[in-house]
Design a protein around this ligand. Structure first.
Ligand code: KIV
Ligand code: NA
Length: 266
């Protein structure tokens, strides 16, 4: 199967074919999602909340994201791998963003990076694009700004806020972004932005009119006890894993595992 490349993203939008994206943080899940046909794998800084036990994405470092990103690249045959630039690794300006992105591209083998913000990071989008690094944007609810935004809340409600979001989307598209993630935006606003920009929008809590969808895999698979309202649980993998582990515990305690089939004879 042919690898998904950046030019396929815009072609998909032009043909009206929906793009699919999931997060992945290791080679095992990357392989499973790749085999399922997921187009883009995001090594998200959501690893902070989902895997590392932090309350937010803010503590995640570039050093922490690189090993999982390498693993996801190894696990993916077809999907285009995107790596988040963590909080504090790009905001200072184009030089800082370029240094971080070059390191991520060199050390992981990923095909693109993603970072949060609109006009305030348009110069960073331009600098990376000029250096040959594809950038995915991220607008709406941006978790790295959660203390400023007051936690996970829908963004872009009201004419003025919607207008600001549209201008941010146009600015980063103009600066060279190859796709834009839209998070927690009213569906009609996301639809309007999707019409406005030539590059694909990838929604999370942003309605069905986006050019694609992204979910955090643990939410999508029902790995935890709770998933956000916009993240449909397509499975109950957490419950399945808990019941496998408790069956293992029971059989070991009862002495019924390992049986002859799972032991070596002389
Ligand atoms: O880190 C992440 O998982 C993300 C997605 C929610 C888009 O940025
Ligand atoms: Na992220």
């Amino acid at each position: 199967t042919k690898r998904v490349r950046v030019h396929h993203l815009r072609e998909a939008k032009e043909r009206g074919e929906k793009l699919t994206m999931l997060t992945a943080y290791d080679a095992v899940t990357a392989r499973i999602f790749d085999e399922a046909g997921v187009d883009l794998l995001l090594v998200g800084d959501s690893i902070g909340n989902t895997m590392l036990g932090h309350e937010t994405t803010l503590p995640v470092t570039v050093d922490e994201l690189i090993p999982p990103a390498r693993a996801v690249v190894r696990g993916a045959q077809r999907a285009l791998v995107v790596v988040d630039l963590p909080f504090g690794s790009y905001e200072a300006g184009p030089a800082q963003a370029l240094a971080t992105a070059v390191r991520v591209m060199k050390e992981t083998g990923a095909a693109a990076v993603k970072f949060e913000g609109g006009r305030r990071v348009a110069a960073q989008v331009r600098a990376l694009t000029d250096a040959g690094i594809p950038v995915v944007g991220h607008l709406g609810y941006t978790p790295q700004s959660e203390h400023l935004l007051g936690g996970p809340r829908v963004q872009g409600r009201g004419d003025a806020a919607a207008e600001r979001l549209s201008e941010d989307a146009m600015a980063i598209a103009e600066a060279g972004a190859v796709a834009i993630v839209l998070e927690m935006i009213p569906a009609p606003i996301a639809a309007r932005i999707t019409e406005l920009v030539a590059v694909p929008t990838i929604g999370i809590g942003a309605g069905a009119e986006c050019d694609g969808q992204v979910l955090v895999w643990v939410d999508m698979a029902g790995m935890g006890d709770w998933s956000p309202r916009f993240a449909k649980r397509f499975g109950e993998v957490g419950a399945a894993l808990r019941s496998a582990a408790s069956a293992y515990v029971d059989e070991v305690r009862a002495g019924s595992f390992p049986d002859a089939d799972h032991s070596f004879q002389q």
